[in-house]
Each structure stands twice: as structure tokens, then as C-alpha cells.
Design a protein around this ligand. Structure first.
Ligand code: BES
Ligand code: ZN
Ligand code: MN
Length: 501
């Protein structure tokens, strides 16, 4: 597991060492901390030489600056009104700054606004979270530890940050909950990046079991248990793999004893070949990440537990491998789901909904949760619709939808609402069974959601299709990892703002 950077908060005036980071603006102003270093002239000369204009998030790098005990000075542009900037701007700034620092080398950040206004504690903590998210690496299979061009981050541990802010104690408190979130994201990324030969359903379940050290109750269901529960749809997917499925239930009980849980449900297809309806070879390796929904759920539960969230949360993941095999299900097979709804499998590659439908029914029936939210790398169609910058979501409840959108904007893990509607039911009618699992190209993410909705009765429910955001992620200021860990911070934020307390 990649190590999180160490972050220490201290008062302005504390000792400086390593790279010193200061902030300026387009007028080359400096706050009191940076001002005390008397660098105005030398920075202006260096800025002119490097054509640095102080634009937000741009940087000027100066070696051997005239500051005692500092070997490097990093001047960073900061926008006006940063104290009122959204949380996500501070994340991006932290990411942009740590990207310029040397790994294995300490840095001291004089965190203040160039106009002299202090940086709020929450913003300081967001800055550090952005830095932590950006510093993640996955180099465990590099014999050289990652010291090559492919893994640009190198093998050293991330820079240790000392952040000088007005109220270090308050910043530290704000950082504690974000450190928990960073840990959850690291865990989710590790799970998604891990190849399927290493992380089969059994191995994955064992890793989830480790959450017990955080106080999470973990229950593992074997194939026999799933059969007893009557999860015929989930088992239909499992039967093509020589590696048996595992359903894993995680419970974090941080709320009142009688309080109904918030339920998080994740698609955990450790590898999706498509089954007998096999996928084309090109890009199939990406399907090791078809458990991204489950990773978000595991990461979110880990986050809630490590920050001791005052909420009862239940996470459940359907771990399974979708393989073609002599024993695999065939197109045309008819499965009986736990809900009793029969499903014609006209495409074995539409396997995610077969797993989720049994989980949704089970969770609603057994736990009557306050809300159910499932996450899944469910359809290629959502990538066609939204690309890689928004996940698509569906909701049966407008309040839940609004809260999810707000959490998306706050964290930068953005979501865009898509429609549900009885008109789409026609596309999943089956000649032989109650419904079929695939319905052609038109609105293919919507019909997948409409399929899932058939398995939800009363509970407010949202389905988030993260096929475009969880894997093969474009590099951003806060993420360089192939598996982005998308969803962990979104869920954590939604729960903190809506269900906690
Ligand atoms: N896991 C895939 C969806 C996917 C595609 C995730 C690309 C990430 C990147 C899913 O199981 C799948 O194969 N969906 C099919 C559904 C179709 C057969 C109805 C799809 O989207 O093509
Ligand atoms: Zn899949
Ligand atoms: Mn598939």
C-alpha cells in the first residue's frame, strides 16, 4: 500500500526546512509569513527571468534561495478570494503544489493569502487532502520500485509537509477527517489497480475482512450461503468461473442503536471477460477494474470507521468473476432472482445488473435501510453519454438526488442525473421470462438502471454508473492513478452532510 504523506501543522514563525512554499498573486504581493523572508526583489527578478505571472496554480521554482535552511523556494500563484473558494479548489491547489515537490524531501508550506488574509482551517486541510491524493503511487510490481518514466512519481516516499497556519490546532482537527478520507481513497485505488490474478473474490474478501481492525463488522457469504438465500441471478454470473464468489457485508455502527442504516452497495466483478458473450480483445485488460463500485464502497466504509462517523452504515459488495467456461451460463438461459423475478440472460456481458439486483433485494428486505445507493462500472453507454468527468446517476428521490449533486460539487467527484421512466421498461421485456438483462444500444445506461429499479420497492434509492470515472481515469490535479478511487469521497461527504449526527 502506498504511504500517505505525513502532514504536520505548526504556527507561523516555526523553523523552515527543505523546500519552502510561499503564495503570491498577479500583483506579486506576499502575506506576512512570506513577507518576513524579504524575498520581494529576488522573486521579482526570478519571475521576470522565468516569465512567471503569478497566475492561480502556476509555480516558480527557485533553487538555493536567500533563506536560511531552505534549499529551494516554490512560489505559487493563488487566486483572490481564496478564503471563500470552494473546497475543491483547495484540493486542486494542494495537488498542483505537491506535484512540484521532490519526493523523499521535506517541505514547509507558509499557507496564507497574498493579501494578508488568513487561510481558514478547513481550506488548509483541503489543501493537504489534495496533496495526499496526488501523491498516491502503485508501484508494487515494479522491480525497480517505480524509478522509471512510466511511473513518474519515483520510488521515494512522498514529501513530508509542515504547514504553517494561524490556527494549527484547528487545522489539525479538520485534517483528521480528511486523512481518513485519503486512507479510504488509497484503499479503493489499491483494490482497483490490483490485477485480477492476484485479487480474486476470495482474496478480495480477505482484504475487506481487514476492516475489522477499524471496528467494522465484516461477514463473508460463500457460494453455499448465496444459494441458500436464493440469489440465482448473482450465481448465474459466478458459475462460469473456477474461483467461487464472495458476498461481503460490512457494518459500521457509529450511530444510535435503533437508527436504520444507510446502505452502500457495490458491483465487484473482479474481471469481466463478458462471459460467453465475450468482449473484444482490445482493452479487455481494463476489466480488472470492473470492481470499482465495490472498491468505492469498501473505501467509504473504511473512511467512516476511521473518522468514527456518527452514523450506522452498511456496505455490501458482490464479488465475482465473469468468465466463459464449460459451466458458464449461456445467452438464453433463464435465472430466478432472489426477488422471484425471472430474468432471461440474452447477453452474458450484462452481468453487473445480475449481481446488483440480488444485493438490492436482499438489503432492502433484511435491513429496511434509510436509503440505498449502489455504485457500479455498469455500462459503456454512460461513457458515451458523459465521458470521464461526470458519473451518471439515477434516483427515485429528488432530495437524495439534490444531496448527491451537492456532494459531487463539493468533492469534485461530480455526478449528473439521468432519467428513469416506465417508457424504458418496454426495452427490457422478455419473450420468455419477466425481464431480460440486455436491451440493445439505445439508452443502454438508462435501461440498466431501469432494470435495477425493478428490484427496489419503497426505499429511496440511487444508482451511480461509474464506468467512466472509476477506471482508466484521466490525470487530474488530485489523481494520477489508473484507478481513481472515485466515489469514496462522494459517499463520505454525502453521509457527513445528510445522514450524520
Ligand atoms: N463492465 C462493463 C461496462 C464497462 C465498460 C465498464 C467499459 C467500464 C468500461 C459491463 O459489464 C458491460 O459489459 N456492459 C455492457 C452491457 C451491454 C451488454 C448491455 C456494455 O456496456 O456494453
Ligand atoms: Zn461488467
Ligand atoms: Mn460486462
Amino acid at each position: 500500500m502506498a504511504v500517505l504523506p505525513t502532514v504536520t501543522f505548526a504556527k507561523p514563525g516555526s523553523a523552515l526546512s527543505g523546500t519552502v512554499v510561499v503564495f503570491t498573486n498577479e500583483e506579486f504581493r506576499f502575506g506576512p509569513q512570506a513577507g518576513a523572508l524579504r524575498l520581494q526583489r529576488v522573486v521579482e527578478r526570478a519571475a521576470a527571468a522565468a516569465d512567471f505571472k503569478g497566475k492561480p496554480r502556476s509555480t516558480l521554482d527557485m533553487l538555493a534561495p536567500p533563506v536560511e535552511s531552505a534549499d529551494r523556494l516554490l512560489v505559487v500563484g493563488l487566486a483572490k478570494g481564496a478564503d471563500k473558494a470552494p473546497s475543491h479548489d483547495w484540493l486542486k491547489l494542494g495537488g498542483a503544489v505537491i506535484a512540484k515537490l521532490r519526493r523523499g524531501h521535506p517541505a514547509t508550506v507558509l499557507l496564507e493569502q497574498p493579501d494578508g488574509k488568513p487561510v481558514p482551517a478547513e481550506a488548509a486541510a483541503d489543501f493537504c487532502l489534495g496533496a495526499a491524493l496526488r501523491a498516491y503511487t502503485f508501484d508494487k510490481y515494479k522491480s525497480n520500485g517505480g524509478d522509471d518514466e512510466e511511473s513518474e512519481q519515483g520510488k521515494e516516499s512522498p514529501p513530508a509537509l509542515t504547514v504553517l497556519v494561524d490556527d494549527p490546532a484547528k487545522a489539525k482537527r479538520a485534517w483528521t477527517s480528511r486523512l481518513a478520507a485519503a486512507g479510504g481513497v488509497y484503499l479503493a485505488r489499491d483494490l482497483v489497480n490490483e490485477p485480477a490474478n492476484v485479487l480474486g473474490p476470495v482474496e478480495y474478501a480477505e482484504r475487506v475482512k481487514e476492516l475489522e481492525s477499524l471496528g467494522v463488522e465484516v461477514t463473508i457469504f460463500t457460494e453455499k450461503d448465496l444459494r441458500k438465500l436464493g440469489m440465482g441471478a448473482y450465481l448465474g454470473v459466478a458459475q462460469g468461473s473456477s474461483r467461487p464468489p464472495r458476498m461481503v457485508m460490512m457494518r459500521w455502527n457509529g450511530g444510535k442503536a435503533k437508527e436504520k442504516p444507510v446502505a452502500l452497495i457495490g458491483k465487484g466483478v473482479v474481471f469481466d471477460t463478458g462471459g460467453i458473450s465475450i468482449k473484444p480483445a482490445a482493452g479487455m485488460e481494463d476489466m480488472k477494474g470492473d470492481m470499482g463500485g465495490s472498491a468505492a464502497v469498501v473505501g467509504a466504509i473504511a473512511t467512516l470507521a476511521s473518522r468514527k462517523a456518527k452514523v450506522n452504515a452498511l456496505g455490501i459488495v458482490g464479488l465475482v468473476e465473469n468468465m466463459p467456461d464449460a459451466n458458464a451460463q449461456r445467452p438464453g438461459d433463464i435465472l430466478t432472482s432472489m426477488a422471484g423475478i425471472t430474468i432471461e440472460v440474452n447477453n452474458t456481458d450484462a452481468e453487473g445488473r445480475l449481481v446488483l439486483c440480488d444485493l438490492l433485494h436482499y438489503v432492502e428486505k433484511e435491513y429496511q435501510p434509510r436509503v440505498m445507493i449502489d455504485l457500479a462500472t455498469l455500462t459503456g453507454a454512460i461513457i458515451v453519454a458523459l465521458g470521464h468527468h461526470y458519473a451518471g446517476f439515477y434516483a427515485t428521490d429528488d432530495k437524495l438526488a439534490a444531496n448527491l449533486s451537492a456532494a459531487g460539487e463539493a468533492t469534485g467527484e461530480r455526478v449528473w442525473r439521468m432519467p428513469l421512466g416506465p417508457e424504458y421498461d418496454k426495452q427490457i421485456r422478455s419473450r420468455f421470462a419477466d425481464i431480460k438483462n440486455s436491451s440493445g444500444r439505445e439508452g443502454a445506461s438508462i435501461t440498466a438502471a431501469q432494470f435495477l429499479k425493478r428490484f427496489v420497492k419503497e426505499t429511496p434509492w440511487a444508482h451511480i454508473d461509474i464506468a467512466g470515472t472509476a477506471i482508466a481515469s484521466p490525470a487530474t490535479d488530485v489523481n494520477k492513478s489508473w484507478g481513481s478511487g472515485y466515489g469514496v469521497r462522494l459517499l463520505d461527504r454525502l453521509i457527513a452532510d445528510t445522514y450524520e449526527g
